[in-house]
Design a protein around this ligand. Structure first.
Ligand code: NDP
Ligand code: MG
Length: 357
């Protein structure tokens, strides 16, 4: 029996994970966490002992003693759960991309101390992870992460001046929580994923390319030094990477139908970084290193929250993030306290730049 602690049980990933766990008698939930949503019904339905709404996720994890943590919390709030699992040598199925982006080197150090598995749930990273399995790292030439392009693919900046929150939340291929959906519309999501891939797979930024593939059928590609490239393809359905991470190294059945290639048309384009500058801003933050990625994430969280609340126009999200990054020092974090301080400084810079609506 594999005992799983599910952090973020009430979200988009969390609900799909509950479905995956329920399909396998040898998977059990030992803990559930949310921020504010009640968990009583889920706890009763899935017979979970340890539940926690809000509060310190590390305390919950220490009480629950899981075999695996599925971190499906959204935002920087996911960092303590990620660091706890990595440091404690407990397998981590990681959906919360923000924690690897923000914690970066600290997370890698904890991972090497703890020595357990880090199984990516983000679909592109799960794809690359699967293409890399069993291959020597020095045989890899480069990675390609695909982007759907989001709901505003093909639009000009002028056409984006007055887009609404509902427009940004209408994602063409993936059904996700609001933060991730807005990040997909600005391409900040792909920026976060670029930094996530850098830390997960230990490759320099110049060896990680982003291309737009509007159907979200090709999730990731690994190019090898012999000229071969392996791609991972499939329907855009998060139950596949969730199931893979929870049942690794097996490949259990899911309700997702087999891919039919007939009638499928694939086209790949470079991302439009003039219209969606956050991808370039993220790449630059990643390359500068230190706590710049943490600051990128923090400023982006503030900007997305403001956009969702109607306090910031869509195009101002990127401007706010770039401005906040110009105001922080990006000094490397020696410990979690430093990281919390860097996160807070970037939030203050972003909030200071917010104009009243
Ligand atoms: P949602 O907004 O749908 O869900 C977020 C979950 O996190 C909720 O259960 C929420 O609880 C919980 N949560 C937030 N803050 C805390 C906290 N401080 N303590 C405990 N729980 C907390 O997000 P998604 O499911 O879409 O995304 C989750 C993560 O997975 C994100 O990092 C996202 O980038 C990543 N991801 C998501 C994908 C998707 O398809 N959805 C795809 C790839 C990655 P409450 O209900 O109380 O607010
Ligand atoms: Mg993704």
């Amino acid at each position: 029996m594999k005992r799983i602690a599910l952090l973020g049980a009430t979200g988009s990933i969390g609900r799909q994970a509950l479905e995956v766990v329920a399909a396998h008698p040898d998977l059990a939930l030992c803990a559930l966490a949310s921020a504010t949503s009640p968990l009583d019904e889920l706890a009763a339905a899935h017979e979970v002992q340890e539940v926690q709404v809000g509060g310190d996720l590390v305390e919950l994890l220490e009480r629950a003693e899981p075999d695996l943590v599925l971190n499906a919390v959204v935002g920087f709030a996911g960092v303590p759960g990620t660091l706890w699992a990595l440091d404690s040598g407990v397998d981590l199925a990681l959906a919360n991309k923000e924690s690897l982006v923000a914690a970066g080197e600290l997370a890698l150090a904890a991972w090497s101390r703890g020595g357990a598995r880090l199984l990516p749930v983000d679909s592109e990273h799960s794809a690359v992870f699967q293409c890399l399995e069993g291959r020597a790292r020095d045989s890899v030439h480069s990675l390609v992460l695909t982007a759907s392009g989001g709901p505003f693919r093909g639009r000009t900046r002028e056409q984006l001046e007055h887009v609404s929150v509902d427009d940004a939340l209408a994602h063409p291929t993936w059904s996700m929580g609001p933060k991730n959906t807005v990040d997909s519309a600005t391409l900040a999501n792909k920026g976060l994923e670029l930094i996530e891939a850098h830390y997960l797979f230990g490759l320099p930024y110049e060896a990680i390319e982003i291309v737009v593939e509007p159907t979200s059928t090709v999730h990731g590609v690994v190019r090898f030094r012999d000229g071969a490239a392996l791609a991972h393809v499939g329907f855009p359905d998060m139950r596949v990477p969730i199931s893979y991470a929870l049942t690794y190294p097996e490949r259990r059945p899911t309700p997702v139908p087999p891919l039919d290639l007939v009638g499928l048309t694939l086209a790949f384009d470079p991302p439009d970084v003039d219209t969606f500058p956050l991808l370039s801003v993220a790449r630059e933050a990643g390359e500068r290193g230190g706590t710049y990625p943490c600051a990128f994430n923090a400023a982006n969280e503030v900007a997305v929250t403001a956009f969702l609340a109607g306090r910031l126009p869509f195009l101002a999200i990127a401007e706010l993030v770039a401005r906040a990054l110009g105001e922080v020092d990006g000094a490397p974090a020696r410990d979690f306290e430093d990281l919390v301080a860097a996160d807070a400084a970037a939030r203050r810079a972003a909030e200071g730049a917010l104009q009243p609506a």
